[in-house]
Ligand binder design. Sequence first.
Ligand code: SAH
Length: 511
Amino acid sequence: MTEKGRRGFVSLVGGGPGAPGLMTLHGRRAIERADVVLYDHLASPALMASLQVEGQERIHVGKTAGAGLHAQNAINELIVQRAARGERVVRLKGGDPCVFGRGGEEAAACRQAGIPFEIVPGVSSVSAAPAYAGIPVTHRETNSGYTVVTGHEREGDATSRVDWEELARGGRSIVVLMGVLQASRWSEALLKGGLPGQTPVAWIQRATTPAQRTVVTTLAQVVQARDEHEIRAPAIAVVGDVVHWRDELAWFENRPLRGQVIATTRAISDDREAFAPLEDEGAILLHVPLTCQRPLEGSLDDALVDRSYTDLVVTSANGVRALSGALQRRGLDSRDLAGVPIWAVGPGTARALRGSLGLRADHVPDVHSAAGLLAHAASHGVQGRSFLFPAAAAARRELPEGLLELGATVQEVAAYETVADPMATVRLESALAQGLTWIAIASPSAADALVDALNTLGHKPDRLSVGAVGPTTARHARGRGLAVRAVAEPHTMAGLAATIMSTLSTSEEES
Ligand code: SAH
């Protein structure tokens, strides 16, 4: 125990090979709970970005190939020091922490210092890289096992620590890690051991990331292929007949939206579902919240207590959240809305009503916009009705004015306001570092926040392709210099995803 009254704890976490989805739930949880994360160059920036934890310290303990004992000792010391202060420490490593990751040494340092630790295994590049290249590391028809070896030997070692000749005779496929620089050394050793020169070899670089590349060659040509195609670490080599399966099974590098990195930007939303079809086509989805909603307490609370309304109209999940907050603050619940017809602008809002308040929307128009809702209201007749409308501060006038014209009265209350998320710039920076190509925005305020963040980072506003959820957002975004290349039809997030998809497929065909 420390003066903080907390006991330190160390998680040695495998971050997987690069794609954020290839990290374990246990590892994510460890990061969410950590005070400090120590990571190195193999920890995927995509992963780090997808796991923003407020107030968490992150330390790059950069250690590139071949760094000596000294660097490792310093890392061990840092881990122990931080935990001894009572902090929860995550040591995040690429792949699996104990596959050429020196996780064992770090665990031993914890044990020695009497610090409790856990080892959270990860998806190793050993299996992930071949899988993403369409190469099963074992296949009943070709081999009964596989061997994982390091291709890196310390300079000056007279005898190899790997028995390459035994490997050459073993009949197993061979996965070589850290084998880029010394490819001539290990390939010659395998040839010398009797492996035929035409044995297929696959170089797989930056596996599971948008930059993944696979080059198929032969054992005799391994070095030449490396140089010709500029293969650089991190890359693995797979040696053996299993490589032939790639002809049939390659999948990751062939997908139509490969290389597209697309960000959604609404703070709390089910946009991921809406954009899932793009993921299936190979795009990478990031979540980069640009704005957040601040609830405005008071007027909605009072309106709910007064109950001078006959109907309720809600136009966003934020409105639903504001409603729920106001009910709670006044000790009310859904029963206090009994008998009040509820009008929702679209299915997302209707789902939010169901989800957070257990309320069914009575009216959801076919066209999911203010105009659509007004058309629906007109056909229904709302003469003499009195609408309560929890809205955004500075919301557009279209809906309340339209309802007035239809002979209703509207009690519009400012229930929440949209502000730029203070983390937007940091998140955008890391998304750009991951090759962000497209960004989906759902409001004029998101466009403003995007332009501000790009400015702060020193980029021109037209640096990214922008998808806008509707014409109002698109107009505003263009006015601010953003390159709007898709406007959703219909004006929903699912509509936006579909429009971006068709825009990308068309431009793909043209190029
Ligand atoms: N613990 C890691 C391996 C660390 S050794 C793991 O389990 O994956 C570093 C070597 O791993 C690199 O030189 C490379 O051979 C391999 N490697 C790691 N990530 C990789 C990736 N995304 N694509 C290809 N090879 C990778």
